[in-house]
Every structure is written in C-alpha cells, then in structure tokens.
Ligand binder design. Sequence first.
Ligand SMILES: Cc1cc2nc3c(=O)[nH]c(=O)nc-3n(C[C@H](O)[C@H](O)[C@H](O)COP(=O)(O)OP(=O)(O)OC[C@H]3O[C@@H](n4cnc5c(N)ncnc54)[C@H](O)[C@@H]3O)c2cc1C
Length: 508
Amino acid sequence: MPYTAPLDDFRLLSDLQGTDDAHDILTGAARLCESTLAPLQRIGDTHPARLENGVTRTPPGFAEGYRAIADGGWIGICASPDHGGLGLPLSVATAVNEMMASACLALQLNPLMTQGQIEALEHHAGPEMKALYLPKLISGEWSGTMNLTEPQAGSDVGALTTRAVPEGDTFRITGQKIFITWADNDFTDNVCHLVLARLPDAPAGTKGISLFMVPKILPDGSRNALRVLSLEHKLGLHGSPTAVMEYGGATGWIIGEPHKGMAAMFTMMNNARLGVATQGIGVAEAACQLAEAHAAQRIQNGPIANHPDVRRMLARMRAETFAARAIALSCAAAADAGNTARAAFLTPIAKSFGTETGMRVADLGIQVHGGMGYIEETGAAQLWRDVRVTAIYEGTNGIQAIDLIGRKLSDDGAAAFALLDEMHPDLAEAAQTLRHVTQALLARTVQDRLAGAAPYLRAFALTLGTHWHLRAAEADPARAPLARFMLRNVLPEHAALAAEALEDVPSA
Ligand SMILES: Cc1cc2nc3c(=O)[nH]c(=O)nc-3n(C[C@H](O)[C@H](O)[C@H](O)COP(=O)(O)OP(=O)(O)OC[C@H]3O[C@@H](n4cnc5c(N)ncnc54)[C@H](O)[C@@H]3O)c2cc1C
C-alpha cells in the first residue's frame, strides 16, 4: 500500500510543543516505512502467520522487514546508550512508531512489545539481567513479549493463576497464557517472555502477582519448557502471530520484588499504551491517504472528491487524525519534560482516542471507497479489521476511561484543571464546560463516576484536539480551514458528551 510519512505534521507539532524536531531521524524512519515496510502490509494479511509442527512461520518478507527495523536502531530508539540504545526522547519514538504502524501494523507490533520489555527491564531488573538481556533486545537479536492474559483473567488481571515455585535461584513457571502477541517467530534467536505469575505464598488479587523473565532459549543454550500450543484465528492483524502459550515448569527469573509484579508491568504497559495509541493514529493516517487517493480518481457525476458529503468524510478523517496525533505527541512531550502527572493524565486519553480515531477513520475510509471499500483488494477493509483490536488490548478503552476518572483525577483534578487552563481562547466555553463536569465528577465517589467515564474521556479529547488544531492554524494559515472544521463540525459533540458524562445508565 503506498504511504507517505506526515513529516510536516511532526515538524509543526514539535515546534508547537517545544520538542526536538529530529528531522533527519524522522526522515530516515520515513524512508524505511515508505519503501521497505509499506509493501509488507498486504502480504501480512494474505499470508498469515502459521504454526507448522510447533514452529511459528511468519509472512514472506517479514524477516527482512524486521531486520531493517533492527539495523536502523529503531527498536532501542528510547533505550539507554549504556546497552546500545539511541537514547532519543519519547516524542521522537512516538512519531517513528506511528509511521511504522501506518506502513505495516502487524510487523510494527513486534518491536513495540520489545520496547516495552526494554523499559521494564531498565527500571526493574538487576545488573546481571540487564547485562544479559538488554543488549540483545536493543539490537533486535532477541525479541520480547508480555504475558498477562489467561482464559479467566483478562481485564481482571488479579484473577490469574499461573504458578511460580522457587527452586534455588530460579523459579518453575507452570500455567497457560492466551492471546500472546508475537509469542514466537522465525527471525530472532530468542524470544524473551515477561510472565506474570503467583508465588506459593501469594496473597489473592493483584497484590500477589510477581513478574518473571522466562526465555525460550536458556542462557546455557538449551530450550526452556514452554511452547506455542496454537495460534488464534483473528479478525485482522493476520501477519502477527497471537498464541496460546503453555509453560510446563519453565525456568524463570524474578524481576523486582516478590508480589510487586504489577508495578513493574505497569512500566511496560504505560509505554505500550502510548505505543498502541500510535497504532490507531498510524492506521488512521494510512486510511486518510488511501481514501484521498481513491476520491481523487473515482468518477461518479464528476470526481467524487468534489461532492460535499465525500469532502465532509475526508475532512473529518483528517481532522480527527491530526487531533489524535497532537494528543499522543503532547503526552510524549510531557513525559520527556518530566511532567509525569500530565503524561499520566494524557496516557489513557491518547490510547483511547487514538485507537477510536483509528477505527472511526478506517470506517469512514471504507465509506469513501463505496463498494470497493468492502472488498479486499483496495486494502481499506484490512485497515479497519487490523485496527479494531487496538481498542481492546493494552487495557480496553473502557478500562482506560475508568483509569482517567479514577486514578488520574485522584489529585483532586489538578492535572485536568492545569490542562484546561492552557486551552486556546476560542475554547473558553468548552474548557468551562469540562471544568464543571470535572468538578461534578470529583464530588462523586469513583463508583458513581463510572457510567460517565467514556464520554468524559472523549469530551476531553475533542477539546484538547481542537486546541492543537487552532494552534496549528495560527502557525500555518494553510491549516485554518481544517481547524475551523474541527471547531465547528466536530468539537460541538463535546457538549453532548459532557452532559452524558453525568448521566447514569440502566442497570443490567
Ligand atoms: C490480538 C490480541 C493480542 C493480544 N496480545 C496480548 C499480549 O501480548 N499479552 C497479553 O497478556 N494479552 C494480550 N491480549 C489480551 C488483551 O489484553 C485482552 O483481550 C484485554 O485485556 C481484554 O480482556 P478480555 O479479552 O478478557 O476481555 P474482558 O476483560 O472480558 O472484557 C470484556 C468487556 O468488558 C469490559 N470490562 C471488563 N472489566 C470491566 C470493568 N471492571 N469495568 C468496566 N468494564 C469492564 C471491557 O472493557 C470489555 O468491553 C491480546 C488480545 C488480542 C485480541
């Protein structure tokens, strides 16, 4: 699928957000995405990953694409130079990850998982484990996974039952995990699994979960007692193997303190949540480009791009994509600036709004294509199928919204109000509405806020997104028409959402 990286948007947003524009670095990543990764997008869909006699086979070209990503240093883009990383800011990584997601989402998911693992090890592993794993993960010789989910433990991670029994300095890991992304492949020498499990004396729930490193190949070169039982048949992302994993007394090493695994895993998940936001935005960008190209050449009573309703769809696709991109990059910029409260507040918004935008824009992209969108050759349908899961994994969007109105307002709304104070003057009314809703929610117990969580999150996202549109139009008048569209045609939804945020829902 042809793809052109949105370098102008990245440059403008880095100017507005005061981050390093890293133009040469982004240009290098853009070249890789446009020429090497984008051609793999359709191949991954038509030649799914498969399990052959216990060996996971990946789509043709994925091994070479992965090598190109690794050789460019992109896996360790944010990792510390101490172990071979590039040590670049998260805002640069966020732009790079978005471009890779546009080019080939199924393959991008692999380094994304490894990046999360690198961050978890950097923060929580001891020096020996760091020295053994980080150089290989950063170079891409080895890849990383995260293993939380079990049949009875999805959003309720605390219900997991995989066991870890101490044996000398190591642990025997026994249990079954499901839905494990890139659990194996045929292009790295090792696959390193971060596994959540319970020690024999563990308290119930999330307070009794510990984190373990469980590599496919042990340090002595022998195979560990773990295997891929099967690969899932999915709606999309066919190029990415999603596995049921069996741990049959596998050897593992504990990371961090016993029973403190959730804290360590959260390090990985925060990074991954922003990474998943970039997946939604990347697919939205790809859908925009595909739909614009189709609308320019399809003739029905003249070029369809001239029909106001098609222009409406294209404008909404572009407007929401830019808004989601700006929010994700502002979240990364806050993290880079050490404004952890702001980064933490923006993370669930970036994840939920970014992935919702991916779904909505891909859906509109199909509509712009007419019947050609519903059949597979154009690739419009694949984008929609692929992006659908981004609203489900890394914490469903429902769980993100609960995080926002619970934990992320637990500072009495300080992070929320600080953001609202900075909104563009044209958004004074919208910011005031959100201030009132935030105050009203804070006056309730967290339990009594839950029904309004998702509409509150979206209302906030639309306001933040419009703010960046207005700032962009001030910096570049060519962007004014899209900013006006965002302000007048899209933002008004926030008022209805704000009202909904304070309403109850029927009981089951
Ligand atoms: C393609 C794919 C790849 C994946 N990759 C990985 C991976 O690499 N590693 C891994 O560990 N897992 C992975 N997952 C699992 C994924 O993280 C879970 O599917 C997700 O956490 C949701 O859990 P669940 O499917 O059990 O849904 P459930 O938890 O059963 O949720 C069903 C619905 O109920 C809602 N819900 C649940 N609890 C609450 C609550 N307390 N309040 C409000 N609403 C609630 C949810 O929002 C959702 O809408 C993957 C899944 C897929 C499909």
